[in-house]
Write a protein that binds this ligand. Sequence first.
Ligand SMILES: [Zn+2]
Length: 584
Amino acid sequence: MLRRSFLHHAGVAAPALLAAQQQRTLDPRLAELTPRPKPAIALNHLGFLPKARKCVLYRLSGGAEPREFMMREIGSGPPFRVTRPLKRVPSDLGDCMSGDFTDVEREGMYQITIAGEISVPFFIRPDVWRRTLPKAFSFYPQKRCGTAVPNVHPLCHMDDARRRDNGQHIDMTGGWHDAGDLRKWMTSALLSGTALSHMVRNLGDAWDLAGSGLGPVLDEIKWGNRYWRKMQDIDGRIFNDVAGGVRGDNSDNHWTDNQIGNEDDRYINPSKPNIVQAQFVTVQALLSQIYRSADPEYARQCVPAALRCWNANTPGSDALGLGWWVLAAVEMYRAAGDIRWAEQAASLAGRLVALQNRDFTGEQKLVRGFWRTSSDDRSPLLHHCFPGIPAIALMEAAKALPDHTDARRWRDSVRLYLDEYVLPLTSRNAYRIMPFGIFNGSPSAEKYRPLAGGLTYRYFMPVARGAHGLTSHFESFAAMLATAGRAFQNKEYTDLAYRQLEWIMGANPFGACLMTGEGMRNPYPHSRYEGLAVGAIMNGMGGNENDEPVLDTEYGFDWHTTEYWQPHNAWYLWTHSVLEGRWA
Ligand SMILES: [Zn+2]
């Protein structure tokens, strides 16, 4: 259901435009969307922290293999120029030459030249990532719904919304437009609530080096939460979306006249998926903590809302849902300090650990430790947006309850997942990105890469199931790896977290930065209502049937790879807050 909702992002209601959109789907244009020989240099466009691992890749395309790279200072620092060797790296997604300059720690602005090709200028400086956080955060005020947003849109959607089932109007104004479209999904919004709360907790005032303080973030979360609270039905449970589109189509994805009671009013989806309930409890429990000193009265209101939702629901048996329910119980424990919440968290964490493949399966001895989808579905867990959640949840449980008798089991479970699943898979490509996942055999008629025994893997979603770019997949792994780097004091995990982020920010086969307003070769976004939004991040590289990366760099308005989606900004902020934040 979640995937279905994400898959139907964007598009238009007008039939002519819809037809044109359908002609622009991923498949017919694959040949145009695959990487071209140039740029051959794949390098993070932002740059590097002085102490970070630093690498440049050069994609080979059949010609001569360059043997060295030249790096020079181009800013205002003292002259600096070095020439270093390149090493050939056999790799999925195309063999590469790889150059290392980890030891260059001096601050400055640099360029790298390989075989006559010049890289995008990049920095080495301590705030190279931190300085992008206000830009990434600005996605949210730009996406406000139910108000006028200067330079973006006039007053909108004051007539949200009517129930799909009985037509009743309920005030659901507010929140944020979800993506390149105008819909309002709770899965995305509550991930944002979680991520922004983690940023407040981990970085405090230091989230913005310009010194704006936490005020803008706390105000923006309150803006979001006014809508999330409205989405809590009288039974305590949370509706799925406003304007998601009746029958999963684009019929609600449009501007309205702001007048309640006529034909252009949009719809409330009255379904209440289990995962949304867990996300809502998690967010309310987080808010009760982060507003405790800034607005104690507001903080106190959050726990009863969380309790009403908790009491009206029963956790499901799927790994993703259980991950969110573990987070919900952990944050309720932190919010209320009641030992009963600790026992709830431990019980749910135990159910999650039970869904891990601790033994080798599929007649192979290469990987284990990955999650099964659910207690009823033994296939490996795959998800485009939340794959890091189960491991993050277990690490949060171990951090909140370090003396619990099961805490070691939770930590061991995450180590197994990392060392015997994530690390082996990321080592198969020069970019060190985490593939989409593993499969039993070949479930559809397209390329599945042999792994070992009966297991296969793909970097990108199978086209047969409906595919789109995987920015949130990579960022979700980045957040999980960053958390693991902290939890286990392991630099290899932290380095790997950065590699996922570097892929998003330019170290990819297209040499394209996926955040508007940073880096170069940004695709034009699929953002048909609001156009360019500085700081917004696109869906990014998806794959074709041959599991080769695809990205629309030709102004094709292809939503699969270039649409802005809210989860990408949420994960970006969450991940960096862990990488640079407090770990108490
Ligand atoms: Zn709106």
